[in-house]
Design a protein around this ligand. Structure first.
Ligand code: ATP
Length: 384
């Protein structure tokens, strides 16, 4: 039997081709404090869905309400079309993998994976446990105890143990949080492979934007108990709709300005006396105050030549304040009068590295900029 047939094919949601998980007006209050504002969310069956946000934004609370570990203050939860809001945790068709592996220390790897099957008296428990050990590539360590495994191996056992129960949805709460960076990146690839193999719906909670972007089909960026934006990672990165998303998902240079005119498809923006063009279709508003955003890798940087006054549109004159060599790229910080600090990532293609004090000109293609509400906080979502 292939792993796909093992865990994916017989879930109700996959059969119906509909939403695996539907949250309607789901909310959570602790006294006066609202941890999760009324939330509507539909996650299609078979998706790798990431809830991404900083500490305290309400992502774990949301996951725990789905798992049945926290009682909602209001709203409903449907899994595979069935309302499970009233069911206790152990009756819900979900399994959760936590950051702490919570394996049974006295049992072998095999026994850990087989535990749930044996308890439910599943007939072919041995074959099933073996199959899921194969899926996580741990057959050769089946007789070891958890303490004889690395962190990544323990997390794979935890994953097999959760998947073997054939949940309709696997909930993952920072499952890679305890691993060092290298192992974490390896496990991200593993986790994505396993999810693709079993075709199951994964709901993954993380504060690591790189992790969310590299694994998820859909990312929901959460801030202060609300989803600010939701979509495929490339779309969120390319066209963030709030300063929080622009700063939390990757990095952004945000220039406060005012729309002063229109030229065809473009808005003309005055940003501290600099003339900037912005595609109207990439702006949340076409008039008034805006923040013009440009990602650091979308900026071109060149040493200014004498008489180079950077008067063209989308050109800014500045002074390099910091240079960091990072092998394949250089990161520069440039101070632009009236607009402050700009971060620039420049691929290292052999050109001379610019030095602090150098006069430079920054430019970018107007199609690469995005326009946000001028009332947004330019520092929202910046990691401290
Ligand atoms: P982290 O990544 O740190 O786990 P999170 O986004 O998962 O953060 P939650 O654990 O969902 O955040 O918590 C959301 C908010 O609810 C936080 O401000 C937290 O302090 C608050 N909170 C969570 N549990 C309780 C509780 N039992 N009583 C009061 N407040 C709580």
């Amino acid at each position: 039997m292939t792993s796909t047939s093992a865990a994916g094919s017989d879930t109700r949601a996959a059969r119906s081709g509909g939403s695996a998980l539907e949250l309607e007006q789901l909310e959570k209050h602790y006294g006066d404090f609202t941890a999760v504002h009324p939330l509507d969310l539909h996650i299609p069956a078979g998706q790798f869905f990431a809830l991404l946000g900083p500490s305290g934004c309400g992502k774990t609370t949301t996951l725990r309400m789905v798992a049945g570990l926290d009682a909602p203050s209001g709203g409903s939860i449907k899994i595979g079309g069935t309302d499970i809001s009233g069911l206790p945790a152990h009756k819900r068709p979900v399994n959760t993998v936590f950051q702490s592996y919570a394996l049974f220390p006295h049992m072998s790897v095999f026994e850990n994976v087989a535990f749930g099957l044996k308890r439910r008296r599943v007939g072919d428990w041995k074959a099933r446990a073996q199959e899921f050990l194969e899926l996580v590539e741990l057959v050769h360590l089946a007789s070891r105890k958890p303490t004889q495994l690395s962190g990544g191996q323990q997390q794979r056992v935890a994953l097999a143990r959760a998947l073997v129960n054939k949940p309709e949805i696997l909930l993952l709460d920072e499952p890679l949080g305890a691993l060092d960076m290298k192992l974490r990146r390896q496990m991200q690839t593993e986790l994505k492979r396993i999810q693709t193999d079993v075709g199951l719906t994964f709901v993954h909670v993380t504060h690591d934007q790189e992790e969310a972007m590299s694994m998820a089909d859909t990312v929901a960026v959460m801030n202060a108990g609300r989803i600010e934006q939701l979509g495929p990672p490339q779309e969120l990165y390319d066209l963030p709709l709030t300063a929080f998303v622009a700063n939390f998902l990757g990095r952004s240079n945000l220039m406060p300005g005012t729309v002063v005119g229109r030229r065809g498809e473009f808005l003309e923006v005055d940003a501290a006396g600099h003339r900037v063009l912005l595609a109207a279709a990439r702006a949340v508003s076409e008039s008034g105050d805006v923040l013009v955003g440009v990602r650091p890798e979308k900026l071109d940087i060149r040493a200014s030549t004498p008489g180079d006054a950077a008067t063209a549109e989308n050109e800014l004159a500045g002074i390099v304040t910091d240079t960091a060599f990072a092998g394949m790229s250089n990161e520069y910080h440039v101070e632009v009068p009236g607009l402050g600090d700009f971060a620039v990532f420049a691929q290292n293609r052999g050109a001379a590295i610019l030095q602090p004090g150098d006069a430079v000109t920054l430019s970018w293609h107007p199609e690469h900029a995005f326009g946000l509400d001028g009332a947004d906080d330019v520092d929202a979502g910046e990691e401290s």
